[in-house]
Design a binder for this molecule. Structure first.
Ligand code: HEM
Length: 388
């Protein structure tokens, strides 16, 4: 249970928070209304971070930040999203199943007969990084370097609510400059070769005569390398936690693997990887009896929406038979997660592989600690005792 979310939904569903300097939105009905109304509730939060890039030497960095679809509105967002979405359709993603299965097997093999493992470091953290790098077609030897560039970039570009140091800003700038050169060479190599990797697909993507510009390709590549990793890791960790703490669920899955997709959706509702997302108000609007003004920031609590009793039966219980009302843990509306089919595929393959590899698994400790991030809320470690 999340008592704070319950309190908000009951007593203060739309409320100004002085610490966050934002309106907090807690009810599912309001969350959905906001995410489906991008004219009034904009994804473009660059205004909050613009002063960060005031120095003219930072223009190349800002050029990329500006092209992240996550913080764009129509019509630019639609154009970029359509060009990218072709590569993320369910059918295209299902084609990666053998690759995901192979990477999963390789990661689990060393743990198979050991009797214990940390599911976080040993499996859930590395898998999404390996998958997205392989799908993008990035040579294995370059992956660590690219991860460092992406991390340095994210700190300055995706995190307008926190203070950053000059050193971090410089690191972000260097990362973009270096990654730009790297990608230029890689793209030149791939262009016209008809490759089936995701980067080739993005390079060749064309719609109504339009293509991605190089900066758009760069921004997209960085976003894809970042957006899905931590979130997918958390989904895997939470699913594993549920299987360890709810033996009836695990028994049901062992008896009928067809229940796995429903188990994944319920995990996403019950323990969402992303607890809140932001929007900026573009014109005066009223919501939950409050008046929001132009320029106000909204914090939209997906984590609370998933526990809303107006939406779900028995919301604080984990139910494989939860009525199939869609959760909002991937967002909803025009910015709904682009990678959701990939995240679902990874979770499905991972759960199947854990059930295949081990006849049983249990938590080695019930004293689990959360990592420091309050939004991407997640156990720092998940020590398991396993039986082959
Ligand atoms: C957008 C969650 C995995 C790529 C989003 C949004 C959420 C989300 C809540 C909406 C943000 C907003 O409206 O402001 C998740 C969760 C994941 C996951 C919970 C795993 C369980 C992935 C993966 C990828 C990915 C694997 C790609 C490889 C993206 C992109 C967007 C996005 C590109 C921006 C879409 C747009 O702005 O139109 N995700 N995500 N995500 N996600 Fe995911």
């Amino acid at each position: 249970p999340f008592p704070f979310y319950d309190y908000l939904r009951r007593e203060a569903p739309v409320v100004w928070d002085d610490v966050l300097q934002a309106w907090v939105v807690a009810r599912a009905v309001d969350v959905e209304a906001i995410l489906h109304n991008p004219q009034v509730f904009s994804s473009n939060r660059l205004a909050l971070g613009r002063q960060r890039f005031a120095d003219p030497s930072l223009v190349p960095l800002f050029d990329v930040v500006e092209r992240l679809m996550l913080q764009m509105d129509a019509p630019n967002h639609d154009r970029l999203r359509k060009l990218t979405a072709q590569a993320f359709k369910r059918k295209a993603i299902e084609g990666y199943a053998p690759l995901v299965e192979q990477l999963t097997r390789d990661l689990l093999a060393p743990h198979a007969n050991v009797g214990q493992m940390d599911f976080v470091d040993g499996f859930a953290v590395p898998l999404p990084v390996l998958v997205i790098s392989a799908i993008l077609g990035i040579p294995p030897q370059d992956r660590d370097q690219i991860k460092r560039w992406c991390d340095d970039f994210s700190i300055v570009a995706l995190n307008f609510y926190a203070k950053i140091t000059d050193e971090q800003l410089r690191a972000g700038q260097i990362a973009v400059a270096d990654f730009r050169e790297y990608l230029r060479a890689l793209a030149a190599d791939l262009r016209g070769r008809g490759g089936t990797d995701l980067l080739s697909t993005l390079i060749e993507a064309e719609r109504e005569g339009e293509r991605l510009s190089f900066d758009e390709l760069l921004a997209n590549a960085i976003l894809l390398l970042n957006a899905g990793n931590e979130t997918t890791s958390i989904l895997l960790i939470n699913a594993m936690y549920i299987m360890c703490t709810k033996p009836d669920v695990t028994a049901a899955l062992r008896a009928d693997r067809a229940l796995i997709p429903q188990m994944i959706e319920e995990t996403l509702r019950y323990m969402p990887p992303v607890h809140f997302i932001g929007r900026l108000v573009t014109r005066e609007a009223s919501l939950g009896g409050e008046v929001l003004r132009k320029g106000d920031l909204l914090m939209i609590f997906l984590g609370s929406a998933g526990r809303d009793a107006d939406r779900y039966d028995d919301p604080d219980a984990f139910r494989l038979d939860q009525k199939k009302k869609a959760h909002v843990s991937f967002g909803t509306g025009p910015h709904v997660c682009l990678g959701l089919q990939l995240a679902r595929l990874e979770a499905r393959v991972a759960i199947n592989a854990m059930l295949d590899t081990f006849s049983s698994f249990e938590l080695a400790s019930t004293d689990l600690k959360f990592g420091p991030n309050l939004n991407l809320r997640c156990f720092a470690h998940l020590p398991l005792v396993t039986k082959a």
